[in-house]
Design a protein around this ligand. Structure first.
Ligand SMILES: [Zn+2]
Length: 490
């Protein structure tokens, strides 16, 4: 697909300004986003982060870029203290539940993807696990030691920040400031308080362990992202995303590890999304205002949550409240209501609904205007609130036209595609969520079971067999038991 004309600008944390987006080797775009540490249920903070980056990827693809989207799974090495101290989060949870750490990692990796599926977040192209890339991480540490940027003491390996003058560039901190601001240093092994662990020797009882040239141990948390992003995207790539809270030390350390090893510029554009607050307060497990996605979904349709997230800019904080969610629910109903109305009107039109629905030959001025405003908003650092404002104006104008003007098929097709292209393909808002499917499938299957029973009671066995056979063909198996007919997926 040819690249569409665009004027995309993105806010780059590295330069603290909006820059024109020019990938290193267009139309290819390499994009890496820090993924979840899989030791607990995903929460609304994860939803904001991964919905935002999902829309960024969708928009880049809409523009014609060939995006390779990599998002890691952290299953080892992330300690309870984001710096180098404390216990491995996955191991800690495994100990509490008396299971193997990999069971915890697997369980929460699956539930993470299930939650994201419900939010209609498309899965990344590659989801590399840290524990599956130990060799690559050890190789990177070897390169850093050989280049004089890392040192080993007693089985632990640290990055030597004093050897890397650019350290602090992303977060705007200098190594001297870090020295002055450092609390009493508990780790006497480090040459400088800001030095960070690349490899850690295991303590007794530590289960996740690998042999290395330095000790039986495990990698430092920051290392995986440098190693895995460069493995799949090359030593220099276009976009690195993540939460604003990971600018320091995580992303700063990623840059240092990569650039000190390769001598090349690591990432061209750094994109950071902001966090979720609840009633104006930071969300946290310890504060008791922590909202998991599974809890949120009990109350709110995942698509309502998705629209709510997109109604604020990804770089702005998002305050979660029932009132705001209620407003998003109404907004979603307006968009989906128009979509249904267009389909219903087409169905009533003789020969009106045919698949695929034809693209219109042209759009009315208000549709052209909405599409232009949407593109301008998205080109301005993915400004989804402004893009949505254009959509809501389109919805209002389209409803008015349907009520007051002579309609044409072309016009209805034009509205259909404006909603499809902008809302569904780019913003990922659609009625058919897996939640909706999981709600309707059992009810629909039950209707067929009832019809089959009626056919059997009327001794119309051919009809009953046809129903069973047709369901079987689409993967739904009926089983007659003493308690009645049960069904399951094949
Ligand atoms: Zn990362």
């Amino acid at each position: 697909m040819a690249l569409k004309q665009n004027n995309l600008h993105v806010y780059n944390t590295l330069s603290r300004s909006k820059e024109i987006f020019k990938p290193i080797a267009p139309p290819f775009v390499g994009m890496y986003v820090c993924g979840p540490t899989v030791y607990g249920d995903a929460h609304i903070g994860h939803a904001k982060s991964y919905v935002s980056f999902d829309v960024i990827v969708r928009y880049l693809r809409h523009l014609g870029y060939n995006v390779r989207y990599v998002q890691n799974i952290t299953d080892v090495g992330h300690l309870t203290d984001d710096a180098d101290q404390g216990e491995d989060k996955v191991e800690k949870k495994a100990r509490a539940e008396q299971v193997h750490p990999m069971q915890i990692a697997e369980k929460f990796t699956r539930s993470y993807f299930e939650d994201m599926d419900r939010l209609n977040v498309r899965r990344p192209d590659i989801s590399p696990r840290a524990s599956g890339h130990i060799i690559e991480q050890i190789e990177l540490v070897k390169r850093l030691i050989a280049a004089g940027h890392a040192y080993e003491i007693d089985g632990n390996v640290y990055f030597d920040v004093a050897s890397w003058p650019k350290y602090g560039r992303l977060s705007g901190r200098s190594v001297d400031q870090m020295q002055a601001g450092a609390r009493v240093e508990v780790n006497a092994e480090k040459r400088h308080p800001a030095d960070f662990a690349l490899w850690k020797r295991i303590e007794p009882g530590h289960i996740m362990r690998w042999q290395s040239p330095w000790s039986l141990g495990y990698p430092g948390w920051h290392l995986e992202c440098s190693a895995m992003s460069m493995k799949y995207l090359g030593e220099s790539f276009d976009i690195h995303g993540g939460g604003i809270e990971n600018q320091f030390p995580h992303h700063e350390d990623e840059i240092a590890q990569a650039e000190a090893a390769t001598g090349k510029s690591f990432v061209k554009y750094w994109l950071h999304n902001n966090m979720v607050t609840v009633g104006g307060q930071k969300m946290g497990k310890s504060l008791g205002n922590f909202i998991t996605l599974q809890d949120a979904f009990k109350k709110w349709d995942p698509m309502v949550l998705r629209l709510f997230i997109l109604q604020s800019h990804y770089r702005s904080p998002l305050d979660f409240s029932d009132e705001a969610l209620g407003a998003a629910k109404e907004g979603l109903a307006r968009i989906l209501g128009l979509s249904e109305r267009v389909i219903r009107t087409l169905m009533q039109w003789p020969g009106g609904l045919s698949y695929p629905i034809p693209r219109p030959s042209d759009d009315r001025p208000f549709v052209v205007d909405a599409r232009r405003r949407f593109s301008e908003a998205m080109d301005d650092d993915f400004n989804t609130p402004l893009a949505l404002a254009a959509i809501f104006d389109l919805v209002r104008e389209a409803n008015r036209s349907i009520e007051t003007q002579t309609l044409s098929m072309d016009f209805l097709h034009s509205i259909y595609y404006a909603l499809f292209d902008l809302c569904e393909e780019i913003l990922g808002l659609c009625a058919e969520t897996s939640a909706a499917a999981s709600q309707y499938v059992p009810a629909l299957v039950q209707i067929f079971i009832d019809l089959r029973n009626e056919a059997r009671a009327a001794k119309n066995f051919a009809q009953a067999d046809t129903i069973r056979k047709r369901l079987d063909e689409i993967g739904i198996v009926l089983e007659d038991t003493p308690e009645g007919t049960k069904w399951r997926f094949k």
